[in-house]
Design a protein around this ligand. Structure first.
Ligand code: FMN
Length: 343
């Protein structure tokens, strides 16, 4: 099957890709999402301040062992030279696409002018993109993730996109909100359509895509090459299978069985424990179990049960029991239905 689009030399097999999410899209989650059909999965953002790279957290964020290609590393910062150096070092460490974050509205990122705050300063945007493309553009493609503008009165996304294309940026991701919107209100796709029409490079639409039908609708409105999904993948990494199947074949795949979902969840827990170790693994797995727990409608206290254990072994045992019970209930319901038909 022909790829949905290319980022530099990399063919991207299908339109739907995983959004970078700090605290969520660690290596285990990226590998899981890719195995479930996400065509691309960027790292959590890494600061361009290399002095901060000695922390365990930063080292974990730069670990790509076992990840399918192309490995995307997202960088956040405001200094052109620092971003260029950070890009160079990450390419040396195995990054195959460098993504620049100009979309994050978080205070932690924006207390200095960076993330989506950069959208206020178009000449700085140009200098940053030029510097990073000059530093690594002959080795790997550089992409930009941004928003539709600074605020609703300053939706300069089209200008930013033109600057990006002129700088040699290989693809754009546009979240259909302004910086001032944070995550409030609904994403709008008209500005994304205007950006798509203004540049020749691939554009990926992002924001509030919750299922395959919405993905198809957003592609129809924007005409973009792809869609990026973030929050809807929390506790549902298999969303990429459904979305990409619909977008590429027009058919909805049969839903995964409960047994298959249980296997995915339990393997994900094991991967988290192996990657993060006992203490962080327990904490990070709690977050994912909080989301996976939404499946367990038969056990309203499932979330609380998964939060209580103070070791990964105990947490895994609790999750295993809950998901076994969930699978067994479906099997029992099927046996009952078959018995009734036989009678
Ligand atoms: C918990 C969380 C962490 C995020 N971290 C990042 C990040 O590190 N880099 C980035 O570019 N965007 C980040 N985002 C924004 C997402 O990539 C995405 O643009 C946003 O969630 C909108 O997409 P959605 O509606 O599909 O979730 C984050 C979002 C969430 C919810």
């Amino acid at each position: 099957m022909s790829p949905a689009f290319h980022i530099g030399p990399w063919p991207i097999a299908a339109p739907a890709v995983l959004a970078p999410m700090a605290g969520v899209t660690d290596r285990p989650f990226r590998i899981l999402a890719r195995s479930q059909g996400a065509a691309l999965a960027a790292s959590e953002m890494i600061t361009s301040d290399t002095r901060l790279w000695n922390s365990r957290k930063s080292r974990q964020r730069m670990n790509h062992e076992g990840e399918p290609e192309p490995r995307v590393v997202q960088l956040a910062g405001a200094e052109p030279d620092a971003l260029a150096e950070a890009a160079r070092r990450n390419v040396d460490l195995g990054a195959q696409i460098i993504d620049i974050n100009m979309g994050c509205p978080a205070k932690k990122v924006c207390n200095r002018l960076c993330g989506s705050a950069l959208l206020q300063d178009e000449s700085l945007v140009a200098r940053i993109l030029d510097a990073v493309v000059r530093a690594v553009g002959d080795r790997v493609p550089v992409t930009l993730k941004t928003r539709t503008g600074w605020d609703r009165e300053h939706r300069n996304g089209v200008t930013i996109a033109r600057i990006a294309a002129a700088s040699g940026i290989a693809a754009l991701v546009i979240h259909g909100r302004t910086r001032a919107d944070f995550y409030e209100g609904e994403a709008e796709y008209e500005t994304i359509a205007a950006i798509r029409a203004a540049v020749q490079i691939p554009v990926i639409a992002n924001g509030d895509i919750v299922d395959a039908a919405k993905a198809r609708q957003v592609l129809a409105i924007t005409g973009t090459a792809g869609v990026m999904i973030g929050r809807a993948a929390h506790g549902a990494p298999w969303i990429f299978r459904e979305v990409n199947e619909l977008l590429t074949t027009g058919a909805t795949p049969p839903p995964l069985s409960r047994a298959a979902l249980r296997a995915i969840v339990l393997e994900h827990l094991q991967a988290i424990y192996a990657f993060h170790g006992e203490e962080s693994g327990l904490r990070i797995a709690r977050k994912h179990l909080g989301w996976y727990g939404r499946l367990l409608t038969h056990a309203p206290d499932a979330r609380a049960q998964c939060m209580a254990p103070d070791s990964t072994a105990a947490q895994f045992a609790v999750a295993g029991r809950l998901f076994d019970d969930w699978v067994e209930r479906a099997d029992a319901a099927r046996r009952d239905a078959a018995r009734q038909v036989a009678c």
